[in-house]
Design a binder for this molecule. Structure first.
Ligand code: NAP
Length: 302
């Protein structure tokens, strides 16, 4: 039986570590979230982030400019947050409307308040092994692997996906843990063959259940970053071919969340794997809280 890597358990452990650190500060850490327009998925993410702050005693503030905001107006709003002393972290929720220059907006966040770890200064700090906020999802994955005492040093880690927020920082963090790292993307030849070399397989490609049994080395550790909502019954039937219970649940709800790794194949081939939902998902907000607390510590405990 493969071991299930429970993200909720790891999240709770991470948040429990934050509580005394928050209590030790002379004022609550402050997080400002900029949520532009009315993207329903973004609204849910932001609500969960605000809830996590409230639970930990972190002050949070959500700014909700309209969809029509210009790049200049957003830059002015970020500039104001950069200047406010009680704000330790600034998060600009993506995606932004088309007329806004997203790269410019992310560059405008002061590197010392960049709790997403997206600013080029902090990406440089990651690449060169200097301290600084790390991208939340990959940093949470490292915490999870440590929590379950799954070795990284000397292992061959295959990361599928090279996005700036998941794939690239994941590969760099694994490299700093002394793994031997291969990064795959949409132009990789023989993706299944390369993935099968991985003692540790990290899937972050955004393709529902795309990595099937022939991509998984028997006994590998499989980390599934993907979050994909399936609404097509044929697709659900392909994925849950041997699981009438899962298919019945799809029929009741009309949709199901799946990762980038085939869930049944992961359970059958891996020695340990993250389920979707309940694996990597809960770690991202927990690491946002860690980055906010660390930013407040750097600013207050000097
Ligand atoms: P992204 O920006 O769309 O990047 C996807 C990457 O996968 C790209 O590098 C792309 O290659 C590669 N790719 C796409 N199709 C491929 C294929 N058929 N074979 C090999 N590589 C392929 O996605 P992302 O933001 O990194 O997110 C990836 C997944 O993680 C999504 O499902 C997203 O919802 C999920 N996610 C989850 C969390 C969480 O908290 N759990 C956080 C962030 C993201 P190219 O570069 O060549 O195009």
């Amino acid at each position: 039986m493969a071991q299930i890597l429970d993200g909720v358990r790891v999240r709770d452990a991470i948040l429990d570590e934050c509580r005394p650190r928050v209590a030790a500060l002379r004022r609550p850490p402050g997080l400002a979230v900029v949520l532009v327009g009315h993207n329903p998925a973004s609204e849910i993410y932001v609500r969960n982030k605000v809830k996590a702050c409230a639970d930990l005693g972190i002050y949070s503030e959500t700014l909700t400019p309209p969809d029509s905001i210009s790049t200049a107006e957003l830059l002015a709003m970020i500039g104001e947050l950069n200047r406010r002393p009680e704000i330790d972290g600034i998060l600009v929720q993506m995606p932004l409307p088309q007329q806004v220059d997203s790269k410019h907006a992310l560059l405008a966040v002061s590197p010392e308040k960049d709790v997403d770890g997206f600013h080029p200064c902090n990406v440089g700090a990651l690449a060169t092994g200097r301290p600084g906020p790390r991208s939340c999802t990959p940093a949470g994955i490292i915490r999870m692997l440590r929590y379950y005492q799954l070795p990284m040093a000397g292992r061959h880690a295959v990361v599928v996906g090279r996005s700036d927020i998941v794939g690239k920082p994941m590969a760099l963090l694994l490299l700093h843990e002394n793994a031997t790292v291969t990064i795959c993307h949409s132009k990789t030849r023989d993706l299944a063959g390369v993935c099968r070399q991985g003692d540790l397989l990290v899937a972050a490609l955004g393709r529902p259940a795309a990595l099937t049994a022939d991509f998984i080395r028997p006994g590998a550790t499989v980390v599934d970053v993907g979050i994909n909502r399936i609404t097509d019954r044929q697709e659900a039937a392909r994925i849950f071919r041997n699981s009438p219970d899962a298919l019945a649940s799809f029929d009741r709800k009309g949709s199901v969340l799946v990762g980038d790794v085939h869930p049944i194949d992961a359970a059958a081939s891996a020695s340990a794997y993250t389920p979707v939902p309940g694996g990597v998902g809960p770690l991202t907000i927990a690491m946002l809280m860690v980055n906010t607390v660390e930013s407040a510590e750097r600013r207050l405990l000097v």
